[in-house]
Write a protein that binds this ligand. Structure first.
Ligand code: AMP
Length: 455
């Protein structure tokens, strides 16, 4: 028995992984295999196709990365042998980082390919014979068309967050990529939800797949999540108050639109919070700086939109704050899954206005239970059933109340119509933030960090 198999990776031995891979698991600091890993790895190591219905935060990356590494480690080839396609640059980067850590003792090369940055570094990385490519569909296909990316030796294809890729309109590009891959490859498809289009794609490309399904509609048990009723115009004060709680070391705040995210991050910064926006209008460099700054604890608050934040993994996020409710009920589970990750405890609070009643009904139905209500002691939430606007109908906003009226509450004047513009600790991947002291805001000290992540 080697040191790797004696170590924390013990539970992984039974999954059919070799010593070299077990050492990588030890290096990554994994303790015992997560349920999705137990269910996926043995079948994938055997070479079977896998259909995984699971959200991020469950350990899904290692569930597909470990079998890939196990199967690749024996031989080397000129061209990439594993292709992992993910919807966002952030997710691709995260998958590559984790895969590299797990591949530490294998000598396998992992590179990332995505748009928004110069392709020069990527083409030169491709010339150095990488074994595993993690990338986003658009740039992958671009580089294939330009003759830089060779897909004829791909043995394993992973489609990660397939439903998200579909939402983002990537399906046609993915289909073009699929046509260039050898037919006798292994396919691993992971998706948090299984809408019809994804089911169709899965049945087209997967052969007798081993199916893994985790209870994806339920947030992790480690997440304490609640709703707080508030009027639109009191949301910012409420946010300020929650961010000053002693247990709020770091938070991800979700907004409905890029514009709202940017504006809110600016306002928070002015109020002394070390906040940074993460939204799709930012350049790749600015997005990287924001993520890095948040991971390293330079920023305590990440104000994000769904598109960029989905799938991001930062250990130790103490709060997820839904400043705006998400568009769908499924997105609720995704968002609050940014905290309570990897079996750590986390809190989530959703700011609920009158306009969000329909969303609430659908979400509670999906969860099969009511979400706990929280009242902030001594805070005037401005939430007034009587004067509140009507439930938001898809795409509409700012309508006057017509809906069912609840009991009258303390009056604060009518709520204005809402606008709908809408890793572990130490050096790697942990969010380190100190308890926020309102009287001595961290940002007042400056720390040399600018809001956009530049120094
Ligand atoms: P994922 O769902 O792949 O985004 O993983 C969520 C987080 O769990 C990542 O930070 C992983 O590094 C971590 N993780 C995955 N598997 C394990 C494991 N077996 N033991 C400890 N941490 C893990």
């Amino acid at each position: 028995m080697t040191s790797a198999t004696q170590g924390a990776a013990q539970g992984f031995i039974e999954l059919g992984l070799s010593d070299t891979i077990l050492k990588g698991i030890d290096f990554a600091g994994f303790d015992k295999p997560r349920p999705i890993q137990v269910q996926t790895i043995p079948a994938a190591v055997e070479g079977r196709d896998v259909l995984g219905l699971a959200q991020t935060g469950t350990g899904k990356t290692a569930a597909f990365a470990l079998p890939i590494l196990e199967r690749l480690r024996e031989h080397r080839k000129m061209h990439p042998r594993a292709l992992i396609i993910a919807p966002t640059r952030e997710l691709a980067t995260q998958i590559a980082e984790q895969t590299r850590a797990l591949a530490r003792h294998t000598g396998l090369k992992v590179i990332t390919i995505f748009g928004g940055v110069s392709q020069r570094m990527q083409t030169s990385a491709l010339r150095r014979h990488p074994d595993v490519i993690v990338g986003c569909p658009g740039r992958l296909y671009d580089l294939y068309e330009q003759g830089f990316l060779h897909l004829d030796q791909v043995e394993t294809l992973v489609l990660d967050e397939a439903d998200h890729m579909f939402d983002m309109g990537f399906l046609p590009t993915i289909r073009r990529i699929l046509k260039q891959l050898p037919n006798n490859r292994q396919n691993l498809l992971f998706s948090a939800t299984m809408p019809l289009d994804i089911r169709g794609l899965a049945s087209e490309i997967l052969h007798d797949p081993h199916q893994v399904e985790l209870t994806i509609r339920q947030p992790a048990q480690t997440i304490d999540h609640a709703l707080i009723a508030v009027s639109e115009d009191r949301k910012r004060d409420l946010l300020d108050r929650v961010l000053r709680r002693e247990d709020c070391h770091s938070a991800i705040v979700f907004c409905r639109t890029k514009h709202r995210a940017r504006r809110l991050a600016d306002q928070l910064w002015k109020n002394g919070h070390k906040a940074i926006a993460l939204q799709g209008n930012m350049s790749q460099n600015a997005r990287d700086r924001a993520m890095r700054g948040f991971r390293e604890g330079k920023f305590r608050v990440l104000v994000a939109t769904d598109i960029v934040a989905r799938g991001i993994d930062v250990q130790g996020v103490s709060y997820v704050l839904n400043f705006d409710v998400p568009m769908t009920s499924e997105a609720y589970t995704h968002r609050i899954g940014r905290t309570g990750r990897s079996e750590l405890a986390g809190k989530a609070l959703t700011f609920l206005t009158q306009a969000d009643k329909r969303w609430l009904k659908a979400t509670q139905k999906m969860l099969g239970r009511e979400i706990r209500r929280h009242k902030e002691k001594g805070f005037d939430s401005g939430y007034n059933e009587r004067n509140a606007p009507q439930e938001r109908v898809s795409g509409a906003f700012g309508k006057k109340a017509q809906g069912k009226q609840g009991p009258p509450k303390k009056r604060r004047g009518p709520e204005p119509g809402r606008k709908r513009d809408s890793r572990r600790g130490g050096a790697r991947g942990s969010v380190r933030g100190s308890a926020h002291d309102p009287a001595n805001s961290a940002s007042k000290k400056g720390g040399g960090a600018r809001r956009d992540g530049r120094r």
